[in-house]
Design a protein around this ligand. Structure first.
Ligand SMILES: [Zn+2]
Length: 371
């Protein structure tokens, strides 16, 4: 065995944890913060409560970040952070807000802008500390060193990875997820499953990430359908938050693999929500991976309660159907003759972390099999 595992994020997991946010701010000696969130959340009952709580230390609020954060979103957010002169950033929202706040906190600390940073292939070397408060259970961004950004001109979506993208503190309060609508609960829940499975079968897997990933898969398979059908049940929400956190911790170290790599053009070109775009190939890719990693995938299938990989794959397919997600690309207004273009756009490095080698032809075959 030969591996590294580290996570520089303080994790606070508790129903109602957000009520203690001022203690967290005080304990860290933070003085002046900026809140990055969405208008919808800030106007909700929870949002107003949090705003009230933060009134002493947070005078600036910034919102208006796209569902898939763009270079322009990062530019605007960086400018807002710089102008606020903040010594900490609170990211309160779903994955897009967390991702945008994390990368913008680095750009602001480095006194640069994202375009210049990307064009000159700079290295991130500092950040303004981020307190991440996820309001969905899916992205895992609260514990990862990754921000995913979209370029609207090139229709490209790509991950940026750096140690400085880790939030300093992740406050996971399952009560914040109670207002997440059915469709988003389903889509972000399948994203959790994808993070856990891809971390497990990634070539970068290690014994600790395996334990986290297996437990996360188990929780998703036992709770996601119930969470989608009982949106105000705090127990299912809490379990999905736990699954999301464990999967986030796992893929923070291993990265994701083929399904995330293939999802990027599906999201940037066809606007398929991130979780759905990753989930749509998940059962097929798991089966392909079992051809080259039979023992590991067989062990995973059994560990999470199924007789074999075929039964597990069937259950994933059924779960997606039961929670209202599509299993076929034709449901997303994609024409069959566009599949080749999509396959050509699958250039993300994540695909190379997949144990079953997926070249352009193989990806095209895969896309055709789920058309
Ligand atoms: Zn994801």
């Amino acid at each position: 065995m030969n591996y590294k595992f580290g996570l520089p994020v303080e994790i606070i997991f508790k129903c109602g944890a957000v009520k203690n946010i001022n203690k967290v701010i005080k304990d860290n000696n933070f003085k002046k913060g900026i809140l990055i969130s969405s208008e919808r959340f800030i106007n909700s009952e929870y949002g107003q409560e949090i705003l009230q709580l933060l009134s002493e230390n947070v005078k600036n609020i910034h919102f208006g970040i796209s569902i898939n954060p763009t270079i322009e979103d990062v530019e605007r957010t960086t400018k807002a952070i710089k102008e606020s002169d903040a010594d900490f950033v609170i990211a309160l929202g779903g994955g897009s807000i967390l991702d945008c706040a994390k990368i913008s906190s680095c750009m602001a600390a480095m006194d640069t802008n994202i375009r210049y940073f990307l064009e000159n292939k700079l290295e991130i070397n500092k950040n303004i500390p981020v307190i991440a408060l996820p309001t969905t259970s899916g992205t895992g961004s609260e514990v990862t060193s990754v921000s995913v950004i979209s370029d609207t001109h090139t229709e490209d979506k790509f991950p940026i990875k750096s140690y400085y993208l880790y939030p300093k503190i992740a406050i996971i309060d399952p009560e914040l997820t109670l207002t997440v609508p059915k469709k988003v609960t389903a889509s972000s829940g399948i994203d959790v499953l994808s993070h856990a499975l891809e971390s497990y079968y990634s070539k970068n897997n290690n014994p600790i990430s395996d334990i986290l990933a297996i437990e996360s898969v188990k929780i998703v398979m036992n709770n996601l359908k119930n969470a989608v059908n009982n949106l105000d049940n705090i127990e299912y929400r809490e379990n999905m938050c736990q699954a999301s956190l464990l999967a986030g911790m796992a893929f923070s170290v291993t990265g994701t693999a083929a399904c995330h790599g293939i999802s990027y053009p599906l999201t940037s070109k066809y606007n398929i929500p991130h979780g759905e775009a990753c989930g749509i190939t998940q059962d097929k890719v798991l089966l392909l991976n079992s051809k080259v990693e039979f023992d590991r995938i067989d062990k995973l299938s059994k560990d999470v309660g199924y007789a074999n990989v075929e039964e597990f794959v069937d259950e994933i397919y059924k779960l997606k159907k039961d929670i209202g997600l599509a299993n076929n690309l034709r449901n997303y207004n994609i024409k069959k003759d566009e599949l080749e273009t999509i396959a050509n756009l699958c250039t993300s490095l994540n695909i190379f972390a997949n144990p079953y080698e997926l070249n352009k032809e193989e990806i095209l075959k895969l896309l055709q099999s789920i058309y």
